[in-house]
Design a protein around this ligand. Structure first.
Ligand code: ADE
Length: 228
């Protein structure tokens, strides 16, 4: 899989891409990351890529030309172009799984008040939001999308850490269960007895029950009907 990240701050991604699972996925050749600085496509000597919004109002808007040129630079026939914006479809595990199957994913990061609408209408396959909150730019959102989807690329996680055994894929789409490790007694709180007795059927039942109970308590909107 190839992922092109178009932004004004490629440095934002340097440390996460050089850490842990993302780093290993790149090293193993399971994913290729292309970083593109939209400012490199500015057609003026000050490398200016933003201007005031038509109609007035606060902030600046990213000009269409450099964004279009950056998209044209990375575009392939398979390109699935995602624009990160608070006005997009809400990101979730199902979307991460779907995006992980794309041959070429382009993550377009907005800055300031956003990108000129025409360049979005002309190029973008889908608009995605990571939640009902406004971030400083699309970069942290792109990182979240990248991090979440990479877990669904075969070979990135070891089998025992499969993304399909985690929250939102297990327990009817609800939360994963609570986990415990040694010591058995921590500040007087003991590990639930069922986990210490080696009865794997009972352990599975207990884990499913705990995961579902917490989902109902904290996020009844997730899968209420299925759980009941
Ligand atoms: N850019 C700013 N806020 C965002 C959000 N919530 N999701 C995606 N991109 C964003």
């Amino acid at each position: 899989m190839k992922i092109s990240i178009l932004s004004l701050f490629p440095d934002f991604f340097t440390s996460p891409l050089n850490t842990s699972i993302l780093k290993r996925a790149v090293e193993k050749g399971l994913v290729t990351i292309q970083q593109v600085d939209i400012r490199d496509f500015a057609d003026n000597k000050h490398r200016k890529v933003d201007d005031r919004p038509y109609g007035g109002g606060p902030g600046m808007v990213m000009m269409p030309e450099p964004v279009q040129s950056a998209i044209d630079f990375v575009r392939t026939n398979e390109a699935h172009i995602v624009y990160l914006t608070p006005q997009g479809k809400r990101f979730d595990a199902k979307m991460a799984e779907r995006l992980a199957k794309k041959e070429h994913l382009v993550l377009l990061c907005g800055h300031y008040e956003g990108i000129d609408q025409r360049v979005i209408d002309l190029n973008v396959t889908e608009e995605v939001s990571i939640g009902d909150v406004v971030l400083t730019s699309g970069c942290p959102a792109a990182l979240i999308v990248l991090d979440a989807l990479i877990r669904f690329i075969p070979g990135v996680l070891g089998d025992e850490f499969s993304a399909y055994q985690d929250s939102f894929h297990t327990n009817d789409g609800g939360f994963d269960c609570p986990q415990f490790t040694r010591p058995y007694d921590f500040r007087g709180v003991k590990v639930p007895e069922v986990l210490t007795q080696g009865d794997h059927k009972k352990i599975s039942e207990w884990r499913a029950k705990e995961g579902k109970a917490k989902t109902l308590r904290v996020r009844p909107d997730l899968n209420f009907e299925k759980i009941l």
